[in-house]
Every structure is written in structure tokens, then in C-alpha cells.
Unconditional design. Structure first.
Length: 454
């Protein structure tokens, strides 16, 4: 079977903390899900947990996801669809995903934290699960590793309701009009170590991205509330240092524009390092935390942010609502779990290795690709080009198309960075391009390729 990989923007992370044994028999316990994920010496707390029936390696199984941010029904539905097709799934970071067979056998775990992603692994990890009175109860742990590219470890426990096939989390509250709350922002926003005092924040809807409702968060030093084009003008320094973040209503960031007066490059795009934590859009307001988990290097300089914020945000207007998709229609007609659907899952044969599985070293690159680095352990490769970001994207897209790769979603390309996703049968590519010494640097995270020595 083609190897799976955990989709995540850039490299990967792990977990470490204290875990306890199964809950004692007796009174029905409160929902519990906790632990930490530690990667390269940094620990990330996990406090939200969901357990759901799904497809693991073509057979019925159970996935348990422990996450820092809240976990939405939409994410679970997306994950189930990907897993049913034998593809990888991901959640908002930091998170850990445990996989078990229906009989309770531990299959392995994967994680994502900061700018690091870990695909399914087993190693010295151990995991247990039991289903009792409609609840999934268990634990998993792995001693902290001290060697390897991404030293990691994990220790978590959980006791939560199990979502059966076809079941979803309770529907979220209807947002309603904007709440009467004062916009506030606290924390640090630094450029080359110099702090800029972000004093103003606003939130508003923007055009859909990826066929999903999208929000813009604008943070500035000076008041931008009366400006008709605050996002545009903030990028040109009208309100001092500024941070402009585009994200979906569940907190997934897909755009980040940095404008800091202490940086030589005072306006650039930087995604991949910045993440949301405790993000929530409900009751007419949006709130949470934005962080880069320390300094992020860009063009030989560095910037970082760690702020908490609250801003009013009402219901999305019709002009910014995405068109109904086929997936939405299918979700609306999904049938509840039945014995028949369970049988269909159990009778589905395990997928077989693809006959035309492409070797990683045969993957189409640009003609001038140099310093090509194949990392079989994490199924990633990187190379450099003398061409700028947009030029590399154009050539690479054409070469991959000729090799049978197709787009998987919309490309996000600017002069400062680019993200491309491609599919070919069961194989997947997540491609990241950024400027480097007058040319470009490309990183490709792969899944479903052969990494056997040729």
C-alpha cells in the first residue's frame, strides 16, 4: 500500500506530557482529553478531543484527535471523506491523531505543530482504546526521542463520546448580529526584535477562498476604523505597523501580510509559521490568539507575533457567501449510521499498491533545478532555481501537468510566496515556493510516491 502522509504546511512535530490510566468504573465521567505534543524540545498543550468512526487502511476503524484549537464538524466530515478514499487528513495545529482498528489495535499516530508535520508513525509508541457506553476511553504515549530530524514524544489520555459513522458534532450556534463588544488586542508584534504596539483590531468578511466563507483580521498601530479601504492602506503603512490575516471561520489561515516599520522589506506575505489558538467565531464576535511560536525568518530578517484579540463580527452578508457546492449537497443527504453501511465498510477490500506508482526521483522539476535534496525518511524533497517565484510556479505546473498531475484546489501565488497542491491517482504533493538569493527555493511534501532506491 502506498505510504500515507499527514498533510501540513511545511515540516512536523510531536507530543510529551503526563497521561493517566483509564477512568475508573462508576459514575459517568466528564469529557476528558488532554496531553501535550512536543517537537524538537517544544511542548504544545492539547485540550480539545474528538473520537469518530472512520476508515483506516480500507477497513473500519476509530480515529481520536487531540487538538489545541477547537475541532469542527466540517473538519471531521472532510477527514472522513479523505480517509474513506485512502488519503491523509489534517486538523488545525497543534494536534495529534491516533488511529485504531475497530477491534482496538493501535495502528499509529501523526501530528502537526508549529511548522512541522509528522505522518503516521509507530516506533516505540503504545496506545489503548476501549468503547464503553458510547464513549471512547484510552491513552497513548511515546518516550521522547533524542535523535532524528524531528525529535518527538507523546503522552495523552481521553474519555469522550464516540461519533458513530454518519454522526456529527452538535450544530454551532447561529452567529447573529455583531456583538456590542469593544475591539481589543494585546501582545507583541516584532520586527528584527523591535516591538510595534498594535492597538487596533477589526474583523470583516471577504470574498470566499477555497469555496468557504473567509474573514480578514486587521491589526494596526493607528486607528483605521474610519478608512474605506483599511486592508489596502494598512499594507502601505498608512496606520503604522500592521498585520493583515485572512482565514476561514474555523481558524485556518490562508493569507498573512506583514507590514512592520523595523523591517527593510516592510510589506511581504508570510504564511506557514503563523497559527491560531483558541480561535472562535460565535455570538457575534471573533476572538482567539495569533502566534508564530517565536521569530520567523524571512529574507534574512525576522518577525514574530503573539497576540490575543476580540472583535465584533456579525453574520456573513450574501455577497460574501460561497456558492453551494456538491459536497454541501451530499452532506445534506448523508444517511445516519446503519448496519448496512457498516457492512459496506467491512467488505471493502484493502487498497492495493498502485501499479504506476511514481518514484520520487522521477518527479518532474524545473529544468534548472539545483541542490536537489531527497529526504526519504519524511518523504520530502527540496531544490533551488534561479527563476523568481511566479516563474518557477509556471514552469513547475506545466511540467507536472505533462506528467499527469492535476490541481487539488486553488493555487495561492504571490511574488513573495506560493502554495500549490497536486494529485495523481493516490499520490499527493504540497509545494511551497519562496524567494531565495535572487531566485527561488522549493519544498515539496509528498504522499503516495515510491521512495525505493533506484
Amino acid at each position: 500500500m502506498a505510504k500515507k502522509f499527514m498533510r501540513l504546511l511545511t515540516p512536523l512535530v510531536v507530543i510529551g506530557s503526563t497521561a493517566t490510566l483509564f477512568a475508573q468504573e462508576g459514575a459517568k465521567p466528564a469529557n476528558v482529553g488532554e496531553g501535550t505534543v512536543t517537537v524538537k524540545g517544544k511542548s504544545y498543550p492539547l485540550k480539545n478531543t474528538v473520537a469518530y468512526e472512520t476508515t483506516i487502511d480500507g477497513e473500519e476503524g476509530i480515529a481520536v484527535v487531540l487538538s489545541g484549537p477547537t475541532i469542527s464538524s466540517e473538519k471531521i466530515n472532510e477527514a472522513r471523506k479523505s480517509e474513506k478514499k485512502g488519503e491523509s487528513s489534517d486538523f488545525r495545529r497543534p494536534y495529534v491523531k491516533l488511529e485504531f482498528t475497530k477491534a482496538g489495535e493501535f495502528k499509529g499516530w501523526g501530528a502537526g505543530a508549529g511548522d512541522i508535520s509528522l505522518g503516521r508513525r509507530r516506533g516505540d509508541a503504545t496506545g489503548e482504546i476501549k468503547v464503553q457506553d458510547g464513549r471512547a476511553i484510552g491513552k497513548a504515549s511515546q518516550p521522547n526521542e533524542t535523535e532524528g530530524m524531528f525529535p518527538s514524544g507523546l503522552d495523552v489520555r481521553f474519555d469522550v463520546p464516540l461519533l458513530r459513522a454518519g454522526e456529527s458534532l452538535p450544530a454551532a450556534k447561529k452567529p447573529g448580529p455583531a456583538a456590542n463588544v469593544k475591539p481589543t488586542v494585546t501582545g507583541v508584534f516584532k520586527g528584527n526584535g523591535k516591538d510595534a504596539k498594535l492597538a487596533y483590531v477589526s474583523a470583516h468578511w471577504r470574498e470566499p477562498f477555497g469555496d468557504k466563507p473567509s474573514i480578514v483580521l486587521l491589526f494596526t498601530e493607528k486607528d483605521h476604523s474610519k478608512d474605506k479601504k483599511p486592508d489596502f492602506n494598512a499594507g502601505f503603512g498608512k496606520f503604522g505597523s500592521a498585520l493583515i490575516v485572512s482565514l476561514h471561520e474555523e481558524g485556518d489561515i490562508f493569507g498573512c501580510e506583514v507590514a512592520h516599520t523595523a523591517l527593510k522589506h516592510q510589506n511581504f506575505s508570510s504564511i506557514g509559521k503563523i497559527n491560531t489558538s483558541d480561535f472562535e467565531y460565535a455570538d457575534g464576535q471573533v476572538k482567539g490568539e495569533l502566534t508564530t511560536d517565536g521569530p520567523a525568518d524571512v529574507f534574512g530578517e525576522n518577525w514574530e507575533v503573539n497576540v490575543k484579540f476580540v472583535a465584533p463580527l456579525g453574520e456573513i452578508s450574501k455577497e460574501f457567501q460561497p456558492a453551494a457546492s456538491k459536497d454541501t449537497e451530499e452532506n445534506a443527504t448523508d444517511k445516519p449510521a446503519t448496519t448496512e453501511s457498516t457492512t459496506e465498510l467491512s467488505e471493502k477490500p484493502s487498497p492495493k499498491p498502485a501499479k504506476d506508482q511514481l518514484n520520487a526521483k522521477d518527479l518532474a522539476l524545473t529544468k534548472d533545478a539545483s541542490d536537489v535534496d531527497y529526504k526519504a525518511l519524511v518523504e520530502q524533497l527540496g531544490f533551488k532555481s534561479k527563476t523568481n517565484v511566479k516563474g518557477v510556479c509556471a514552469e513547475l505546473s506545466a511540467n507536472l501537468k505533462a506528467q499527469g498531475w492535476t490541481k487539488d484546489g486553488s493555487d495561492l501565488i504571490t511574488a513573495a510566496s506560493a502554495i500549490l497542491k497536486r494529485k495523481r491517482g493516490d499520490a499527493e504533493l504540497s509545494i511551497f515556493v519562496k524567494p531565495d538569493s535572487g531566485g527561488s527555493q522549493v519544498q515539496i511534501i509528498t504522499g503516495g510516491l515510491s521512495w525505493d532506491e533506484k
